[in-house]
Design a protein around this ligand. Structure first.
Ligand SMILES: [Zn+2]
Length: 234
């Protein structure tokens, strides 16, 4: 990394506030002003949020009893090269689709093997639907957003990725309320998740570096996180 002027910073993070689109039935972040400049000499708020609000990280202990908390995540994994798989054309708006192993194989055919130590970011196209809550989130017939398939996720974990991320509410597709990949594939192997990413379309397939600015919440099962990508100017 010779010169920062050769890189652009892309923000992969949604705004976090009372309007944030949440998992069904979960309250959005709220806040209360507790100090004002006029009255107290400084402004501050007390903020209340669910650990899985907006763009956030899932730690292993979210589904694995005794697993690492968000404060325990190895620092080395929180700055990682990004592998960006754009499956939006294959998925083509199908809210029950998953990332197939064949799509990963086609990606590798073009770009080489997914490197160990990387974070795999899956673009499903749902980032463009965030302003349609009934499509992005819960609709009249439940949750329908794409996710990582079991085989594809298993392969990526075997490749040695440190984390996976997605532009939807969750890394398992919406209809999978058993959270198969969460429970069986990633979190038991200390592979963390980032959910509700945005702006993935601004990333190259390889070459970006991702910074996972997760809060070190003691015993936390997850945390909202500022996710930034450093992208080489072409
Ligand atoms: Zn989560």
């Amino acid at each position: 990394m010779a010169n920062f002027a050769d890189y652009t910073v892309v923000d992969l993070t949604l705004a976090l506030g009372p309007e944030t689109l949440m998992w069904p039935g979960v309250l959005a972040p709220s806040s209360e002003v507790v100090e004002t400049v006029g009255r107290d000499g400084n402004y501050a708020r007390l903020v209340n949020f669910y650990e899985h609000s907006g763009t956030h990280v899932d730690a292993p202990n979210h589904f694995v009893a005794g697993g690492q908390s968000v404060a325990d995540l190895p620092l080395q994994t929180l700055i990682s090269p990004a592998v960006v798989i754009d499956a939006s054309a294959d998925i083509n708006g199908d809210g029950d689709a998953v990332l197939e192993l064949a799509t990963v194989a086609a990606w590798e055919e073009k770009h080489g093997l997914v490197p160990a130590g990387s974070v795999v970011l899956l673009r499903t196209g749902w980032e463009d639907l965030y302003d349609q809550p009934q499509v992005y989130g819960e609709g009249p017939d439940g949750l329908h957003y794409p996710g990582f398939g079991f085989e594809a996720a298993s392969y990526l974990v075997a490749r040695g990725v440190v984390g996976i991320g997605i532009d939807t509410l969750g890394i398992d597709r919406g209809v999978d309320l058993d959270f198969t990949v969460h429970r069986q594939v990633t979190l038991p192997k200390q592979v963390w998740h980032i959910e509700n990413l945005t702006n993935l379309k601004q990333l190259p397939a390889t070459g970006a570096l991702v910074f996972v600015g997760v809060l070190p919440l003691v015993d936390g099962s997850g945390s909202p996180a500022r996710i930034l990508a450093l992208v080489p100017k072409s």
